[in-house]
Design a binder for this molecule. Structure first.
Ligand code: AMP
Length: 221
């Protein structure tokens, strides 16, 4: 109840993360900690209507993991439309290409690609791409994986936004960014439905020169 009221207030007063800028403007270093807290609070309370559509399955695929299952959000037509509309509004205007990470990232990327009239680039699991490709191995929250990209599908200097359903440790997103950069693309923005801030992925992206934004933040792993 209190969280919902704070959510409405912070979103109305400080849309687009302005709460953090307002706190930061008051001066370092004490306010740095406060700004992190403010961002955490704002992320945790944004888009509560969409957060309510995401199912949580504990201990999947491993004990201790809270699996944030967006399949229930995808089942809700208006919820999915709102997800795409709200993400589309965040895409930088000079973006030229939408890159989606297999598999749930494809669904979101396809919606954004349609909404914005931009092409979509597929970052695929190993062994799926028939043409000449480059690939990168990376660590996951639960295991290891690899993604691949068709060569010649990113133009040198092309501005690409990276899309996935969720950012946890950031390993998947960073691998995607690295791969697109290897191919000559410029990645400065990444968008997600869900962020798990405790796992630090969004901070890793910021350190790599990419601004991450998620519609929803969830506590825990
Ligand atoms: P990471 O590389 O750790 O940021 O993990 C992100 C990728 O793994 C995304 O493609 C997610 O779909 C998936 N993932 C990781 N953790 C979770 C989780 N707790 N719930 C749902 N999906 C997750």
């Amino acid at each position: 109840m209190l969280l919902a009221a704070l959510s409405t207030l912070s979103n109305r007063l400080f849309p687009d993360g302005g709460i953090e800028r307002a706190v930061c403007a008051s001066g370092p270093p004490f306010f740095f900690a406060l700004s992190k807290w403010a961002r955490h609070l704002a992320t945790m309370t944004k888009n509560a209507d969409l957060a309510a559509l995401i199912r949580t399955i504990p201990d999947y695929p491993k004990p201790g993991i809270l699996f944030r299952d967006v399949s229930t959000l995808l089942l809700d037509g208006q919820g999915f439309r709102q997800t795409i509309d709200r993400m589309a509004a965040l895409v930088a205007p000079d973006t030229q290409l939408i890159a989606g990470i297999e598999a749930r990232g494809f669904i979101v990327a396809a919606g954004l690609s349609y909404a914005l009239g931009l092409g979509k680039l597929m970052l695929r699991k190993p062994g799926k791409l028939p043409g000449e490709k480059i690939g990168i191995d990376y660590a996951l929250e639960y295991g290891t994986d690899r993604i691949e990209l068709h060569t010649g599908q990113v133009k040198p200097g092309q501005k690409v936004v990276l899309i996935d359903d969720l950012i946890a440790t950031g390993g998947t997103a960073l691998a995607g960014i690295e791969l697109i950069r290897q191919a000559g693309g410029v990645v400065e923005q990444a968008l997600f439905i869900v962020d798990l801030p405790e796992l630090g992925g969004a901070d890793k992206l910021r350190r790599a020169g990419v601004e991450p934004t998620a519609l929803i933040g969830f506590d825990g792993h």
